[in-house]
Design a protein around this ligand. Structure first.
Ligand SMILES: C[S@@+](CC[C@H](N)C(=O)[O-])C[C@H]1O[C@@H](n2cnc3c(N)ncnc32)[C@H](O)[C@@H]1O
Length: 400
């Protein structure tokens, strides 16, 4: 049955919210104030999911309405930035003691910004998953990707038209060089023959079959080597914007000993190493720790150390007394054990880099008895999606 509804708000995933008989309905890709005709596609006890019945078009993408990759590309960029600021404000007022009246968000380029993509492949079709399902949306070109990845996507599409046994492709692009990571049951030789002259690094089913094992990138005058399994920020321009914010905080705080937790390839550690006596990084992915150590040598840095393992375990074995802790966890935020550790450690400053305002707000609330929120800034690392990055400074409360 078709229903006509008015969008009265947004949720934190960029979906429009309407009410039908006082029950909340979430409608992907619907704009605040808009009247839309919808069909209910899922009905739960407390809410429903609706799908708009009309055809929604955006200039940058023919797959927009069905594709799950972007959620807010139908808003103007100013509206997107406003939406992101309001979302963070709402989350903070709901889950913390803070009302964020004025909030700054740093914009980035809206298109061709992504340096990494993961494509699912089914027989001769490659693409992203549909909104709210695992159905494949075949893609020829995604305009969020950088131009080198777009060119390689076209080659990949022509390859799978003939070789139909690949299941997954990851492409990384750093400073003009490409890494292609493929999975499936195709012959290794056909993959090597087709791609080895186009990409610098070619992996198949977890093995390097051609080229070099890692890519290199310059960020704020330092060099970084990035291996296959290492995390690296995905917005070409946003990378330095986030790190500049962290460097500025570290400079202002006059830090001595810093822990960089969830340090990945050591990017933050190495970039702030000029402004501290010692930086100690902890990271759970082996490739990333190897990169961090190689990157230390590559940049002739002598005051950093890196440890492999789960942050909440490794941190108990360190013998330093840090004055500043940097946290840059995955979307799930930091563990309960680490919260307990930070509450008892009473470190002067915590710089929390987060890609998920919900877990950020949860963790700030859990740390609230000993740490207060001093500042927060947002960087729009992911235009056209509901995602964003934030850089927050927490300070130790005075003990009376
Ligand atoms: C958002 S990334 C940040 C990486 C790095 N700070 C950067 O800017 O490139 C989060 C990192 O945390 C690592 N990680 C996830 N869970 C972890 C854990 N329990 N202990 C240590 N590292 C972890 C991931 O492998 C990933 O490299």
């Amino acid at each position: 049955m078709m229903l006509s509804v008015k969008i009265i708000d947004y949720d934190h995933q960029g979906r429009g919210i309407a009410k039908v008989d006082s029950k909340v309905v979430f409608i992907p890709k619907a704009k605040l104030g808009e009247e839309v005709s919808i069909k209910l596609v899922k009905e739960k006890k407390n809410y429903s999911i609706g799908r708009r019945c009309d055809t929604l078009k955006v200039k940058y993408c023919p797959y927009y309405q069905a594709c799950g990759g972007c959620q807010i590309g139908h808003l103007t960029y100013d509206e997107q930035l406003e939406y992101k600021k309001n979302t963070v404000k709402n989350i903070f007022s709901k889950y913390t003691n803070y009302n964020l009246d004025s909030l700054e968000i740093i914009p980035t380029k809206c298109y061709n910004y992504r340096n990494k993509v993961t494509f699912h492949i089914k027989e001769d079709k490659l693409g992203y998953y549909e909104e709210e399902t695992n159905n494949l949306i075949p893609i020829d070109k995604c305009n969020l990707l950088d131009s080198d990845i777009i060119t390689l996507t076209a080659s990949l599409n022509s390859f799978i038209k003939v070789h139909k046994k690949l299941t997954k492709a990851i492409i990384k692009s750093l400073d003009g060089k490409l890494m292609l990571i493929l999975e499936g049951k195709e012959s290794k030789e056909s993959i090597k023959e087709f791609f080895s002259s186009t990409v610098s690094s070619l992996y198949y089913n977890n093995k390097l079959i051609s080229g070099v094992p890692s890519l290199m990138i310059d960020v704020l005058s330092k060099k970084f080597m990035v291996r296959k399994d290492s995390f690296f920020q995905i917005n070409k321009e946003g990378i330095s914007l986030i790190y500049k914010e962290v460097i500025n905080l570290v400079k202002e705080l006059n830090c001595n000993i810093i822990y960089d937790l969830y340090c990945g390839t050591g990017t933050i550690s190495l970039l702030i190493s000029d402004y501290a006596k010692k930086v100690i990084g902890i990271e759970v992915v082996e490739d990333a720790v190897r990169d961090a150590k190689s990157n230390t040598k590559l940049n002739n840095i002598t005051n950093t150390e890196f440890y492999l393992g789960d942050v909440s375990k490794v941190i108990n074995n360190l013998d330093y007394t840090p004055d500043t802790i940097i946290l840059d966890p995955p979307r799930s935020g930091i563990s309960k054990d680490l919260i307990e550790f930070l509450l008892s450690l009473k470190v002067k400053n915590i710089i929390y880099v987060s890609c998920n305002p919900l877990t950020l707000a949860r963790d700030i609330n859990l740390l609230d008895s000993n740490y207060f929120l001093k500042s927060i800034k947002l960087v729009d690392e992911f235009p056209n999606t509901y995602h964003l990055e934030s850089i927050t400074l927490l300070n130790l409360r005075n003990e009376k």
